[in-house]
Design a protein around this ligand. Sequence first.
Ligand SMILES: Cc1cc2nc3c(=O)[nH]c(=O)nc-3n(C[C@H](O)[C@H](O)[C@H](O)COP(=O)(O)O)c2cc1C
Length: 213
Amino acid sequence: MPHLLHLDSSADLAGSRSRALTAAFAKAWAARGDDHTITYRDLHTEPLPRLSTPALHWAPRLRRPEETAPEADEALQQAILDELFAADVLLVGAPMYNYSPASTLKTWIDYIHVPGTTFTFDDVPSQPMAGRAAVVVTSAGGSYVEGSPTESWDHLTPVLQIVLGTALGMDVTVISTELTLAPRIPDLAAQVPHSEALFAAAVEKATTLAAKL
Ligand SMILES: Cc1cc2nc3c(=O)[nH]c(=O)nc-3n(C[C@H](O)[C@H](O)[C@H](O)COP(=O)(O)O)c2cc1C
């Protein structure tokens, strides 16, 4: 059964573009049939506690003797990892907050970016998610497109590409929507039609991708 893990992290429960885009993807995924199942996790409304100890950053076999973690925290991390391992496709809603991922999403990354468990660190091959699809939906108030003066300010997309793509070996597709603050910032007013066009194109891309992944 093809299974989707759908994560959202926007703090905006009313007008979020990343939430609208992940919802469009999930709807198109579900429309493929009852065998296309979904696990949903809202990292904003039900935030994970931040990592209690750096021991959790390492696979148990790579920890030093003094690096221990409370049993309950180990169990929570294992549950988060099992949720990821069960996914054929990972869908991540990622708003840009201060040029980087929302802290709630960053915390989820802290749980799943584990040397020796989700990516190979020593001579034991450890990349269980390799080759599976990850769809990253980014949403930013400004613009960080290639060639723009603020291109290098985007510390959201690269982090997700490095962790999910380079480290975990997943096949990452980024669906981005930008200039979402155009209707609100007077200097960006002329960009409103462009912002709307970007969003419409992103909806189309999400829907098309969900129908074929
Ligand atoms: C706490 C916070 C920080 C933000 N920081 C940035 C930023 O650094 N750059 C930017 O372009 N937009 C920033 N924004 C605007 C959001 O990226 C924008 O509203 C985006 O649409 C959020 O995604 P969403 O529509 O899925 O909620 C910020 C918004 C919030 C609430």
